[in-house]
Each structure stands twice: as C-alpha cells, then as structure tokens.
Ligand binder design. Structure first.
Ligand SMILES: O=C(O)c1ccccc1NCC(=O)[C@H](O)[C@H](O)COP(=O)(O)O
Length: 262
C-alpha cells in the first residue's frame, strides 16, 4: 500500500470520530487577508512557511518545535502564509497546533491535512484556518468537486495540489485560483523540481491564477529555478524547521521574479 493510501485510510477513521463530535463553533475567528491577493503579481517569490515536526519521508525533523514560536518567527520574517500540518499519526501535528498558531498570527493560515470529508473542512475552519489543501490524487470521482464547492461556501480559500498535467486540468476545471504542484512523489518520496517545469509548461499564466511550487526547497538556487518556471510562491517545511537562521532563510528565498515564463 502506498503512503498516500495509508494516510487516507487513517483519515477515514478520523472522519468517523469527527462525525461523532461536532466541531466547535468558529464564531469570533479572525478575518485574514487573502492568500491569493498576497501572491498574485507580487514582484518577489513568496513563502508559505510550514510548521512540520516529522514526515513519512524524513522521520523526525524538529519534534520539539513550539508552533507558536515557529509561526511567529515566520510571520515576522515576511512569510506570506503559515502552513500547519495537523495530521498526527504521520506528521506529529495537531489541531491544537493550528488553533494556537491562529491566535498568534494575523497572516493567511493553511490547514495542511488530507481532506476527504466536509467535516474536516469544518474542523479546519473552526480551528482558525483561512486556507485548506485539497489533493487531487486523494479525491477520486466527484469528491474533489464536492469538497471544493463546500470550502468555497465555507468562505475558505483552497490550495489545489496536483502532481501531473491530467490533475492540473482537473484543477482548472474547478476554476481553482491557487494551484500547487508537489515536487515530491507521494508514492516514492522522490523530489524533482522538473515536476514544476512540467506543470509550468501547461499552466495558463495569462489567467488570474497562481502557481505554487511545494516540497524539496533547500537552496536559493531551487527558489530561482521554480521562479523561472513561473511559481509565485514556494511551500517550505523541512528546510525552515531545520534552519538555525529562519528569518535569513526566508529572506534569501524571496528572490526577485524575472521575465514572464515561456
Ligand atoms: O513530507 C512528506 O514526507 C510527505 C509524505 C507524504 C505525503 C505528504 C508529505 N508531505 C506534505 C507536504 O506537502 C510537505 O510537507 C510540504 O510540501 C513541505 O515539504 P518540504 O519543504 O520538503 O518539507
């Protein structure tokens, strides 16, 4: 069984538990600025900075990290958005992390989880997220469309994650504005920035959409490469969680964009 299949199996159990407990009310939540507005036509590459304790591919990364401290450093350093991994079995994240970060920061906040059911979207919103992730490969048949519509109705922004051109076409059919290409193969864990190149070659840059390059960003050169492919932002976890100089690493990643892609 692939890692994605294992994660999704676990999510089915979580959904059953969540359905027994109505997510707490989201009254009084902060209104956050739009992630799309922060990324679209910005002259510099923007950073979605992730709180990530561990991962299936790398094991423990920074188990002892304090999410509020980490997110506050990210925000102060000029990240455009904070991503909080809320999955516990595979990433050691929690919804308590997301709630704590939501109280501490003002910028857009992404709930990074593996959504398969509406109740998870309710939970993300109730925990303070303004953006959710929908992974095309995790949502067969009508589920992608159904959850996308539900998230729009819930007044959330949606980052739609794709791995190939066929999935890009599905994201475009939804009219997704925030499209992320994951450079990590979720079956083999292999990271290859050529995935961003492949999506870039088929991405309608003339339309009001942004391309986000996710995973495997280690160096400024990586950031420059995906900027040339037209990425407006990068999603960075491990490198920031291991960095001894987080603010400097973020500043370095915010490279100036050059000419239009293609
Ligand atoms: O990170 C993993 O090992 C992983 C494995 C299976 C499914 C998803 C996985 N990661 C989720 C992510 O998308 C990354 O946390 C995110 O893009 C940041 O990646 P990185 O900068 O390489 O830590």
């Amino acid at each position: 069984m692939t890692i994605l299949a294992r994660i999704l199996k676990e999510k089915e159990n979580e959904v059953q538990q969540l359905l027994q407990n109505t997510p707490a009310s989201n009254e009084g939540l902060k209104i956050r600025p739009s992630l799309f507005d922060a990324l679209y036509q910005n002259e510099r590459l923007q950073i979605i900075a992730e709180m990530k304790r561990a991962s299936p591919s790398k094991g423990l990364i920074n188990e002892g990290a304090n999410p509020v401290v980490q997110a506050s450093i990210y925000e102060k350093a000029g990240a455009a958005c904070i991503s909080v991994l809320t999955d516990t079995p595979f990433f050691k994240g929690t919804f308590a992390d997301l709630k704590a970060v939501a109280e501490a920061v003002q910028i857009p906040l992404l709930c990074k989880d593996f959504m398969i059911h509406e109740v998870q979207i309710d939970q993300a919103k109730a925990s303070g997220a303004s953006v959710i992730l929908l992974i095309v490969a995790a949502l067969p048949g009508e589920r992608l469309q159904v959850l996308y519509k539900y998230a729009i109705e819930s007044k959330l922004e949606i980052l739609v994650e794709v791995h190939n051109v066929d999935e890009l076409q599905q994201a475009l059919k939804l009219d997704a504005k925030l499209i992320g290409v994951n450079n990590r193969d979720l079956k083999t864990f292999e990271v290859d920035l050529a995935r961003t190149a492949e999506i870039s070659a088929n991405f309608p840059f003339h339309e009001e959409r942004v391309l986000i390059s996710e995973s495997g960003m280690q160096t400024v050169e990586d950031a420059e490469v995906v900027t040339k492919f037209g990425a407006s932002a990068i999603l960075v976890g491990e490198t920031l969680m291991r960095s001894g100089e987080v603010a400097q690493t973020i500043a370095d990643f915010k490279v100036k964009k050059g000419v239009e892609p293609r």
